[in-house]
Design a protein around this ligand. Sequence first.
Ligand code: ADP
Ligand code: MG
Length: 302
Amino acid sequence: MTTAEPIVPTNTPPTLAAGQPARDTRAPLPRGGNPLIEGPLIEGIDLTKHYRIAPKRLFERAGSMQALAGVNLAVARGDSIAIVGESGSGKTTLLRLLLGLSMPTSGEVRFDGMVVDAKRDRLLWLRRRAGIVFQDPYSSFNPRRTIGQTVAEPLVATRAPGDHRERVAAILDRMELPSDAPDRYPHEFSGGQRQRIALARALVHNPELLVADEPVSALDVLVRGRLLDLLNELRAEMNLTLITVTHDLGVVPRVADHVAVMQAGRIVETGTVEQIFEAPREAYTQQLITALPRLPRSPRQP
Ligand code: ADP
Ligand code: MG
């Protein structure tokens, strides 16, 4: 890991905030030039997450499994990071914690320096500033709501001022959807169109952070390429900080500047896209690179 990078997903814990109990062996990071201290847009600090497992049999005790085991990650404003790793490595769990959709067992998330806790105000505040796209937009759409209603959801939830309909029409148009889309229903659209609708919903309230969980995994190759291009264009146009989760390393060069590799609830390697692809340090990362199909690199990558 190089501290000169604009993003520092790191396994080194950042300086503890005043008032927090000091933790044994953790020396604070040196000040100066470290984006962790200068203020990333979002950071996860020493995050762990245990899930309770319901007993399978009568008289069996409820168990617990650790989905995250001490994850530190900081994403600088305007950066784009891909979180990669095989299925079950904890990627979605990490995203949910970063967005305040679930709370860590220990550790904390800070957005713009503020601790994300379960308080309603804080979650509303976070919701105003972040958008999310899931792998399968169909299951996150209500089939009985029009596309117009669906895309307007974040505007309604965050009580955004202004003309919602106008904003919805504008973003759907930007996503290259037909002008009658707002009055139609999810089942009338193809998978690729639905994912663009999901992207419209994630961005309609003009958030600073876009989080995408396996955004193209359900799409075929051609549609996938167009969606990734669109994601890149929007990133530049809207000045987005982007976190994309994928189990497919092939999408990484298309959307990301930096990569964090997850395995079994930990971040095992971080680096620029070039570092990860050209000189992966971990055997696990090397395996991911050789095992997975790659999409062609986008023109902006050398
Ligand atoms: P990924 O997104 O990388 O596939 P997840 O974060 O979804 O990984 O899951 C990490 C681990 O946590 C997996 O072993 C998964 O089975 C488990 N897990 C995820 N969500 C829950 C839950 N709600 N209850 C119990 N276990 C869960
Ligand atoms: Mg997942």
